[in-house]
Design a protein around this ligand. Structure first.
Ligand code: ATP
Length: 440
């Protein structure tokens, strides 16, 4: 009998009878070792590798020659007998009786799949299809997929409705330099930087808790390891809040669900990566912006009240918090002038009802309470040099009854990269886009 199985036998070898079972294995030829009297072909699929063993004297010469002369990464099906083996990790090997070549891989390969050399990131990204053949690279994307499932679960549990807002618009969320302009049938349009304006408009509809997981586009002129021009933004907006603390508590609940879920359900992939995920207890500590400035001045950093904390400042705060045992913490109450027009000012002060969630020294989320009062919102727009008339479509939703509300935006890739301690946000994007990369 010939049965077709994939290499999940590795995961559950007990369910496959290793003796006298003929199987067909399909995969990529990862490696071929010729040791004179015996040769081995290592076949790989999504679940792992299996060894095809070819004792020269016992195998048909044509079959032997055909299998051992394949080029690495060719795609084949091999049918053979399963034998128990104490020489392989799986505890079994295949003695082949026939094979089919589905596709021959060209030689040389553009990059190695199993070679222990560090391939440059550019080479890896130029050949991403091949980079992704490495189990430790694929594991990142299996975990990303799991994270998106967990997010949906958390949002459903908390009564949020999933929405999709337009990615092409007449005007951007905040205007400014990070908008991509496109030609829309002869008139200018912009790619969405965030769903900010639309998710707020939805607060006036009765859909009082919404979330969106979708692409955000930023014409970022910063070539850093945390900025790309297209990322997946996880946005939430909720009505009937009494302060921004309600929003922060919601994010903590969501984070807790994701971190616990990844740790439990992502165990196999985490093992491939040699990583673990910590689940910090909520509530996370809250620092105010002013406290952060004082902390940074105390380290000798050249910074003053009103300045942006900057990448270096965020990193330093991260180090201080790590010493105190905190990976996740809030930085709240930024000066209102640092924050966009839709953030609510803290009346009578120069501060605002805003927060960032920082993870190991890097901002992963921004949010806050929004200004829901029409007149104040228009006033804030003018203060920021924006023309309220060009935001009519948005402002109209505030004229006829808008509940108090607040929300957040989290960069999915930044979150994943911090969870897994990866060195670059591009590691968590299949085909990253940045200032210099628009292909593949
Ligand atoms: P930064 O100051 O780090 O550039 P930002 O203040 O522009 O970030 P927000 O506009 O508040 O970011 O966006 C919310 C979240 O979206 C950020 O916390 C981050 O996780 C993610 N994000 C923003 N810009 C980028 C980018 N260029 N690449 C990847 N993720 C991003």
């Amino acid at each position: 009998m010939t049965v077709s199985v994939n290499m999940s036998v590795r995961r559950d070898s007990k369910s496959v009878s290793v003796n006298d079972t003929s199987v067909t294995m399909e995969g990529w030829v990862q490696d071929i070792r010729n040791l004179g009297g015996i040769s081995f072909v290592i076949l790989r699929d999504r679940f792992g590798t299996v060894q095809i063993t070819l004792p020269k004297k016992k195998i048909d010469p044509e079959l032997f020659e055909g299998l051992t002369s394949l080029s690495r990464e060719s795609v084949v099906s091999v049918t053979g007998e399963v034998k128990a083996s104490d020489q392989t990790e799986l505890g079994l090997e295949i003695i082949p009786s026939s094979f089919i070549v589905h596709s021959n891989a060209a030689v040389p390969l553009p990059m190695g799949v199993i070679d222990r050399v560090n391939t440059e990131m550019d080479t890896r990204l130029n050949n991403r299809f091949m980079d992704l053949r490495k189990p430790e690279i694929r594991a990142i994307f299996e975990l990303k997929s799991l994270m998106l499932d967990l997010l949906d679960e958390a949002m459903r549990e908390n009564g949020f409705t999933q929405v999709s807002t337009p990615k092409l618009s007449e005007s951007g969320a905040e205007g400014g330099a990070t908008l991509f302009k496109v030609d829309y049938f002869g008139r200018p349009a912009y790619l969405a930087q965030s769903p900010q304006l639309y998710k707020q408009m939805l607060m006036s509809t009765g859909l009082d808790r919404v979330y969106e997981i979708g692409p955000a586009f930023r014409a970022e002129h910063s070539n850093t390891n945390r900025h790309v021009t297209e990322f997946i933004s996880f946005d939430g907006e909720m009505s009937w809040i009494s302060s921004q603390s309600d929003v922060m508590a919601m994010i903590e609940r969501i984070m807790d669900h994701i971190l616990k879920g990844l740790k439990e359900r992502g165990e196999d992939q985490l093992k491939v990566l040699g990583k673990d995920v910590n689940v910090p207890a909520a509530p996370y500590p809250v620092l105010t912006y002013s406290e952060c400035i004082k902390m940074l001045i105390a380290t000798g950093m050249d910074i003053k009240d009103g300045d942006d904390l900057g990448t270096e400042g965020e990193k330093m705060i991260g180090d201080i918090m790590a010493e105190k045992g905190h990976e996740l913490y809030w930085i709240a109450e930024y000066p209102e002038q640092e924050k966009p027009f839709y953030i609510m000012e803290k009346d009578g002060t120069k501060f605002s009802y805003s927060f960032d969630l920082d993870y190991k020294g890097q901002e992963i989320s921004s949010g806050g309470q929004r200004e829901h009062r029409y007149e104040k919102l228009v006033e804030r727009m003018r203060k920021k040099g924006l023309d309220p008339e060009s935001f009519d479509f948005y402002l109209n939703a505030f004229k006829y009854g808008m509940p108090p509300h607040g929300g957040w935006g989290i960069g999915i890739e930044r979150l994943l990269v911090k969870m897994l301690d990866l060195p670059n946000v591009r590691e968590a994007i299949l085909f990253p886009r940045d200032m210099s990369r628009l292909s593949p």
